[in-house]
Ligand binder design. Structure first.
Ligand code: 0O2
Length: 212
């Protein structure tokens, strides 16, 4: 029998939450590694630079539930917090992002719930990244559970920007001075320009390699 967590919540303790979400992360990690290896085999090129994954801390989950006005219990965590399990995929070029997203979409057992393209539509802060909320089946001894995983795909440059902006946001508790915010928006514009120029350079080099 199949259960979607949240609709028919089969998870009752924090230990079960970590077990099930960790298993989902392992599955997605393996899928991405396989796709990267296959891509290397076929095209002699790795679209993925590296992958980071994490389970959200209980403190951070409770904070998120509170922000949205929900009580802190396991059922609400599973139902309303979409990024308990998160994977960040870092690649070199913007075109790799869409290539990886398409490869994920084509996996039979992955169901794409939502997509947020903050590259085509950046956040007012300047944040850019491609977000996919997916579910993946986790096969337990007595049941199969569809588990939500948030996949964030971004370039090295976008990641550099996001990690500094995150530190600044944390330091100023979300109230950074206006000139700092403006500078971040300007840096984000520079990130886009850098990504575009690097991609153009890469295309040109590929053209040379084909002629040789
Ligand atoms: P952490 O520490 O990364 O876990 P949600 O808040 O998730 O219910 P929302 O706002 O629609 O709903 O989600 P969104 O914006 O699609 O994705 C949220 C995650 O994206 C964040 O998770 C960050 O990881 C990242 N993110 C979104 N906006 C920004 C931004 O302006 N700057 C940076 N540096 N990261 C951003 P958490 O839970 O906020 O944090």
């Amino acid at each position: 029998m199949e259960h979607t967590m949240g609709a028919d919540n089969q998870i009752e303790t924090w230990q079960e939450v970590t077990l099930v979400y960790n298993s989902a992360l392992k599955q997605i990690n393996t899928k991405l590694e396989v796709l990267n290896d296959e891509f290397q085999h076929v095209h002699q090129y790795n679209p993925i630079e590296h992958i980071k994954s994490r389970i959200k801390t209980p403190e951070s989950i409770v904070k998120k539930l509170k922000r949205h006005g929900y009580e802190s219990d396991i059922e609400n965590m599973v139902r309303y917090v979409n990024d308990i399990a998160g994977i960040r995929v870092i690649c070199s070029f913007t075109s790799d992002i869409y290539r990886i997203a398409e490869m994920i979409r084509l996996q039979n057992d992955i169901h794409v719930v939502t997509v947020k393209d903050y590259i085509r539509n950046p956040k007012p802060s300047g944040y850019k990244s491609y977000h996919m909320l997916v579910t993946v089946p986790v096969f337990l001894s007595d049941r199969t559970v569809e588990v939500k995983v948030e996949i964030q795909i971004r370039t090295v440059a976008m990641d550099f920007w996001a990690s500094l902006e995150h530190k600044i946001k944390y330091k100023f508790e979300g109230n950074a001075p206006e000139h700092v915010k403006n500078e971040l928006v300007e840096c984000s514009r520079m990130v886009s320009e850098l990504d575009q120029r690097m991609q153009e350079l890469n295309e040109e080099i590929k053209g040379f390699a084909m002629e040789a």
